[in-house]
Structure formats: C-alpha cells, structure tokens
Design a protein around this ligand. Structure first.
Ligand SMILES: O=C(O)c1cccc(C(=O)CC[C@H]2O[C@@H](n3cnc4c(=O)[nH]cnc43)[C@H](O)[C@@H]2O)c1
Length: 259
C-alpha cells in the first residue's frame, strides 16, 4: 500500500492492527501490519497466502504500508524499490494499492466521498501543440493509462461504498476553474485527481503486479481554496473504507496483499 504523506498512512493503518515490523528502504519506510479475523471477514476462506492462520479461520492479512512520498516520480521510485526488495527476498507482492486523499470532480465525487479508480491516467504526460494536447502514446511512447482488474474494482467499490471511475494523476494540483474545465474536456468521466496513482501503477506494471487506487475526496477539483479542504473528514473516510476493504484485498492477493 503506497500513501503519499504520513497522515494518509496512519489513516489506513488504523483499519489494521498495530505495526508488526518495519524496514527502511532507499525510497521510504515500509511498515507491516497484520489484520487477523474480525467482524468484516466472516464468510471468507483463507488468508493472503491461501492458508488458514493460527489467529483465526481467515489467517492474518499482511499489509505493508509504504510512505511513498508526494508526486508521481517519487511514488514510482519508492514503490519500485519496495517491489524489488520484496521480489529479491522471495516474497513478491500480489497487489499494489495507491491510497490517499484527492480532489473530486463535482457533482459525481463530492467532498467526503470515496473513489476507486477503474482507470489510472496521467493527466499531463504529453506535449502541447498548436492543435491541443497530445498524450505520449500519440507521440509513440509509453503509456498514459493503467487499468486495475475490473473484478477487483467492482468488489472494492461495492465494499467501500465508493464510486468507480477514472482517477487522474497530475504533478500540479488543479487550482483554477479553467484548468478543471480543460481536464474535464480531455478526460470526460474523470471522478478524481491526485498526484501519485500513475507513478505507483507504472512501478506495479513493471513488476507485472496488479494495481488499485482508492481516493477519499478532501476538496473539489477547481479554484484553489486550501482552507476549505476537509482533510480530517477525508482521512476518516479512508480508515472506514479500509476496514471494509480488508476482506476484498485479502481474497485478491495470493501471496502478499500490497506494498
Ligand atoms: O495537511 C495535512 O494534515 C495533510 C494531511 C494529509 C494529506 C495532506 C496532503 O497535502 C496530501 C497531498 C496529497 O493529496 C492529494 N490531493 C489532495 N487533493 C488533491 C487535488 O485536488 N489534486 C491533486 N492531488 C490532491 C495528492 O495526491 C497529494 O499527494 C495534508
């Protein structure tokens, strides 16, 4: 699980148990949490490794929380480091999750709501031309979108009570109505904007590991009004979401659930 700032990591960790160990990597700190069987996990079978653990019928769900940093480049670098470290010790992750707060496109994603990405799209990776913006794919390079497994998106959105739709990754937080309008034009249907998802997804794709992104909306995408950001409310929504998501993630990740 990759979050940008410690407050987001703490919000996710509150849905799991206390820290069960940590390792410092060049890109950031990874803290392991184990969630044993609980009220949300009834009716499931098997833990993250497919076995039944001693703590309960479901076994422990291992969640490695990475403080990945702000922005797509740092998030990609630190997630890739965590994935490589896990692979080298023979314990590859089964799923990578980018999680945190984000801006929401009104009216589909109001402040306080949750969004699960069905597409993780780099909003500003390309070239400006006299005829408009060209994504790097149209220049013959790379990728601008990663798609999480549809079944996982559906299950995660249903469990968390989230809307499912495209989430944009931008290096610059949108701060004007003009920019928000441009993004809506280029990405009709986009529900949210954040700064790390595409970087995390690129690292996951390089390792052949599926990715998921979930955002709790702290502010509208539009004219900058930092005083109006509802960060504590969004962080609380993130905690509740992961309490509900844990069973879904546990079923999905066959070996490890996420970095
Ligand atoms: O100040 C705090 O207490 C605090 C607590 C948690 C998080 C923060 C951040 O500033 C997180 C930055 C993080 O948030 C994402 N984000 C949120 N809104 C937007 C947006 O409208 N457009 C793009 N990104 C947004 C982003 O992923 C940043 O990494 C502060």
């Amino acid at each position: 699980m990759a979050t940008a700032v410690p407050a987001e990591g703490d919000a996710v960790a509150r849905a799991f148990g206390p820290a069960a160990g940590e390792s410092r990597l060049p890109g950031g700190l990874v803290v392991r949490h184990l969630r044993t069987g609980g009220p949300d996990r009834s009716g499931e079978s098997g833990g993250p490794d497919g076995s039944e653990g001693s703590e309960g019928p479901d076994g422990p769900l291992a969640l490695d929380l990475l403080a990945a940093g702000v922005g797509p480049a740092l998030a990609a670098a630190s997630t890739a480091t965590a994935l490589t470290a896990a692979a080298l010790r023979g314990e590859p992750y089964g799923l990578v999750v980018s999680a945190g707060i984000g801006g929401g496109f009104a009216p589909a994603a109001p402040v306080g709501s949750l969004v699960v990405a069905d597409e993780i799209t780099a909003a500003d990776l390309g070239a400006e031309t006299a005829d408009g913006f060209l994504p790097v794919t149209e220049l013959g390079f790379g990728a601008v979108t990663h798609r999480p497994p549809p079944a996982l998106v559906r299950a995660a959105a249903a469990a968390a009570g989230a809307a499912a739709g495209p989430v944009l990754t931008a290096s610059t937080v949108t701060g004007t109505a003009a920019r928000a309008g441009l993004l809506r034009e280029r990405h009709p249907g986009a529900l949210a904007e954040a700064m790390e998802g595409f970087g995390v997804a690129e690292a996951a794709a390089a390792h052949g590991v599926p990715v998921l992104e979930i955002r709790a909306v702290s502010n509208p995408v539009g004219p900058r009004d930092r005083a109006a950001w509802r960060i504590p409310e969004a962080l609380a929504a993130l905690t509740t979401a992961f309490e509900r998501l844990a069973p879904v993630l546990g079923r999905f990740g066959p070996e490890r659930v996420e970095p």
